[in-house]
Design a protein around this ligand. Structure first.
Ligand code: A3P
Length: 296
C-alpha cells in the first residue's frame, strides 16, 4: 500500500486507462480489495444508520456536509471535528475516513458511499436504516469526474476527454454503469427507507431539500436553523473550508475538488456527437425507466 492508500495490487489497466480494481470483472476503485468486498457483504448495518449514497461527482460531499450539520443538533455522531463523514468502501488515509471508521463509529452513524446496490451491504434490507440517494445529470457527472481523475495522481489516469466519454457511456469507469447505479437504487425507492434527491434540486432550492431530509429522518429543525445551514453550505462558503471534504489528495492545480459547482457545464465540453451519444446511451435508457431529472 503506498502513502495515498492506493493498493499496489490494483494495477494499471489499458482498457480503463488508469489503475483499477476489477472484482469479477466489475470496475471498483483502487484501494478496494477482495477482502473489502467480503467485509461489505458481512457489514453489520444498524437500524439507526443514515447513508448518503450517489454515483461519484453527484454532489455527495455537498449532501454530506448538509446532513452532518443538521445531524449535529440531532445528536448523530460527528466523526471528526471538521465534520467529515466516513466513506464505507474506501480505506482510511490522511485526507479521508474510510471503512475502519465506519465500523468503529458509535450509533447513530452517518456514512457515505458510492457503491452500486449490488455491492452495498445486503444487511441493509434487514434493518430500518435510511438512505439518501443523490443523483445528478450524467453529462455534468462525466465532466466533473474526468477532471477529478486527472487530478488524482495515484491512479495514473491517462485518457483524453474523448476517450473518457466513450468509456463513461459504456460503464467502463470506477463503479461501472451510471444507468444501472441510478436505476437499481431508484427501484428501491418504492421502499420508504430511501429518499431520492437531485443535485439540480439542491441548486434550485436547497432549503426545500433540507426540509425534505429532516422529515425523512424524522427529526425537527426550525425554519431559522434550516435557512442558516442552507446559507452555510453554499458553494462559495464551503470552497474556503476544503477540510470538510472526503476528497482524495488532489493536485488542485490540475483541477480543484470544488471545481465549478454549476448545472450544465457539460455544454462547455461535450461535442454535438458526444451529446447525442449520451442521449442515446444514457438519457433515453433513464427515460424508459421513468427516471427523470434535468438533462440539459
Ligand atoms: P463540479 O466538478 O461540477 O464543480 P461529489 O461530492 O459527489 O464528488 O461531487 C462533486 C461535485 O459537487 C463537484 O462538481 C463540486 O464542485 C460540486 N459541489 C460541491 N459542493 C457544492 C455546493 N455547495 N454547491 C454546488 N456544487 C457543489
Amino acid at each position: 500500500m503506498n502513502s495515498s492508500g492506493i493498493a499496489d495490487y490494483s494495477p494499471y489497466n489499458e482498457e480503463y486507462g488508469c489503475n483499477i480494481f476489477l472484482h469479477e470483472g466489475f470496475p471498483l476503485p483502487p484501494g478496494m480489495t477482495v477482502k473489502r468486498v467480503k467485509e461489505l457483504m458481512e457489514f453489520e448495518v444498524r437500524h439507526d444508520d443514515v447513508f448518503i449514497v450517489g454515483y461519484p461527482k453527484s454532489g455527495t460531499n455537498w449532501m454530506q456536509i448538509a446532513v452532518a450539520k443538521m445531524s449535529d443538533s440531532w445528536g448523530t455522531c460527528k466523526i471528526t471535528d471538521n465534520g467529515r463523514v466516513p466513506v464505507l468502501e474506501l480505506p482510511s488515509r490522511p485526507s479521508l475516513e474510510g471503512f475502519e471508521k465506519c465500523v468503529d463509529a458509535p450509533s447513530p452513524r452517518l456514512i457515505k458511499s458510492h457503491l452500486p446496490l449490488k455491492y452495498f451491504p445486503p444487511k441493509r434490507a434487514e434493518t430500518k436504516c435510511k438512505v439518501i440517494y443523490i443523483a445528478r445529470n450524467p453529462k455534468d457527472v462525466c465532466v466533473s469526474w474526468f477532471n477529478m481523475n486527472k487530478a488524482f495522481a495515484p491512479i495514473n489516469f491517462s485518457l483524453t476527454f474523448a476517450e473518457y466519454v466513450e468509456r463513461f457511456v459504456q460503464g467502463k469507469v470506477f463503479y461501472s454503469s451510471y444507468v444501472d447505479h441510478v436505476c437499481d437504487w431508484r427501484d428501491l425507492g418504492l421502499d420508504d427507507n430511501v429518499l431520492h434527491v437531485t443535485y439540480e434540486e439542491m441548486k434550485a432550492d436547497v432549503v426545500s431539500v433540507l426540509r425534505k431530509i429532516t422529515k425523512f429522518i424524522g427529526k425537527s429543525e426550525s425554519n431559522e436553523e434550516v435557512a442558516k445551514i442552507a446559507e452555510s453550505i453554499s458553494f462559495e462558503k464551503i470552497k474556503g473550508s476544503r477540510e470538510q471534504f472526503n476528497a482524495a489528495t488532489l493536485d488542485e492545480k490540475v483541477s480543484p475538488f470544488l471545481r465549478k459547482g454549476i448545472i450544465g457545464d457539460w455544454k462547455n465540453h461535450l461535442t454535438v456527437a458526444q451529446n447525442e451519444l449520451f442521449d442515446k446511451e444514457i438519457v433515453e435508457k433513464l427515460k424508459q425507466k421513468d427516471v427523470n431529472m434535468i438533462f440539459e
